[in-house]
Design a protein around this ligand. Structure first.
Ligand code: SAM
Length: 289
């Protein structure tokens, strides 16, 4: 089968199947072999790996993944793409296409069944509207994942990498840094896709830690983080006090901040991940005694 990273081959397949792009599925197919090669290189896939690809489209990246991995499982939602994938991937016997919405797939079960529970690598050129739920789902459900190499909107990649005190810093930055080491490995302009998106994209690689970067009660830590960034312009004391899922008084939060040597007027956006963890540990201990 011809390399679909070459635009004329993609056009031929689209014509053959009379395919029409569906905006609701965020369909922008890659048509640049150098970007595809970079994704494969930075995902560090070897013949030992099982890779899960989210949203294979017409199978452009899937072909590259099949060449480099032991096994590829590709999850695609669009009915119209299933017969196309059968055609474009017919030369490979190490690929399985699952016709499903990725948000409905039990990935822990899939890894157990397809890879004996051993860590997988995730690669995707994601539909932008589901980037955050997909990544948070992989993290929070503790799916055995070694790395996630994904094409996302450039702004989202920047948010994932951001540190305290910057405008991009938020709950997503903290979650990504709690579970993984992020690195933007490529910037990708709109002309590398068909059709061209309105925004620039970036490939970011997240290498997951064996255990989270800081010690804290995960549930409480992320409630505090969500409280802080739900009301970003408020002081942390007010944001926590107003957050319905937490029941700490203002006094308790002021004292906890004092314990970690922070001002009662501080905003959440000024706290590092370690400081959020310290605060979480102090607040948790309050209720234990
Ligand atoms: N990987 C292909 C490429 O790079 O050319 C296609 C990328 S395109 C940006 C996103 C793909 O994800 C589309 O094929 C789309 O149909 C699929 N998709 C969208 N929502 C999905 C979902 N909830 N579950 C699985 N696939 C989805």
């Amino acid at each position: 089968m011809a390399n679909l990273g070459i635009p004329s081959n993609t056009i031929e397949i689209l014509k053959k199947y009379n395919f029409s792009f569906q905006k609701k599925f965020g369909q922008n197919f890659l048509i640049d072999t150098s970007v595809l090669e970079r994704i494969v290189k930075y995902s560090e896939i070897t013949k030992d790996d099982m890779v899960v690809e989210i949203g294979p489209g017409i199978g452009t990246m899937t072909q590259y993944l099949c060449e480099h991995a032991r096994k590829v499982v590709a999850v695609e939602i669009d009915d119209a793409l299933i017969p196309i994938l059968k055609d474009t991937l017919k030369d490979y016997d190490n690929v399985k296409v699952i016709h499903e919405d990725i948000l409905k797939v039990d990935l822990n079960k899939l890894v157990e069944e397809e890879n004996d529970g051993k860590k997988i690598k995730v690669v995707a050129n994601l539909p932008y509207y589901i980037t955050t739920p997909i990544i948070m789902g992989l993290f929070e459900k503790h799916v055995p994942v070694e790395s996630i190499t994904i094409m996302v909107q450039k702004e989202v990649a920047k948010r994932m990498e951001a540190g305290p005190g910057t405008k991009d810093y938020g709950a997503l930055s903290l979650a990504v840094n709690y579970y993984s080491e992020p690195e933007i490995v490529a910037n990708v302009p709109p002309n590398c896709f068909m059709p061209r998106p309105n925004v620039s994209s970036a490939v970011i690689r997240l290498k997951l830690f064996d255990k989270p970067k800081v010690d804290a009660n995960e549930k409480l830590l992320f409630k505090l983080i969500r409280a802080a960034f739900n009301q970003r312009r408020k002081t942390l004391v007010n944001a926590i006090n107003n957050f319905s899922e937490l029941n700490y008084t203002k006094d308790e939060v002021v004292k906890a901040l004092e314990t970690i040597h922070k001002s009662e007027n501080i905003r959440g956006e000024a706290l590092t991940l370690s400081e959020f963890a310290e605060l979480s540990n102090v607040l948790e201990n309050l209720r234990k005694h």
